[in-house]
Ligand binder design. Sequence first.
Ligand code: FPP
Length: 245
Amino acid sequence: MALFRKTEQEEQGLPVPAHLGIIMDGNGRWAKKRGLPRTAGHAAGAKVFRTIAKHCEKRGIRTVTFYTFSTENWKRPQAEVDAIMDLLRQYLKESLADFQKENIRTRFIGDRSALSADIQQLMQEAEESTAHKTGMDLNLAINYGGRAELVNAMRRIAEQVQAGKLSPEAIDEDCVWQHLYTAGQPEVDMILRPSGEYRLSNFLIWQCAYAEYVFEDILWPDFTVRDLDKALEEYGKRHRRFGGL
Ligand code: FPP
């Protein structure tokens, strides 16, 4: 099954990645350049997120994951954390009506237990009201960390072993895949990170084992659909070998 995930994009000759991960970076610098508070950068970034998410669907991408808030982002000043949570709240409220028009299934990945109760409720409604959609999967990574995801998977696997439902010999790559937040979704073919930073920052670390990286020197709030098309073109030129020749 893991092998199928790796070659699916190639076998089907898809012109675009089956799973694209996007690190929305550069909001703070964008605001600073304009003499605005960092929160204005996040607000501009949230608008771009909507435009780019819709464009991903148009381009036939099956799964896209946006890095929205990491397990490390709690270290930011409280006012900035609150502003990001407000944007998320606003997006969820507005989108609940909008979701009906689109063929997009929304999923939240990360530990939502640390989020406020109203946001958790909105997330659940967003997931439930889009669960039947058959188009693109839109993952929002919130309070997400790749290491935390693996710890969570290991804990759940260990519980099954302890309960006698799983033998240690049955733990293989497929078993790990099935316990990730992205269970059932393709592995990540491409990571896009704008803003001139060249890091993965604890994003989808298991799923990215064979991902192609495209870095752009553009701050996220300036990112356009044309920039996404260019990045996809760059991805299309890559020769993927998955360890073979
Ligand atoms: C990274 O830029 C961005 C974040 C940590 C937050 C991303 C959040 C949004 C785009 C808004 C909320 C999104 C939704 C889906 C409603 P940075 O602040 O680290 O930028 P910098 O490196 O220039 O400081």
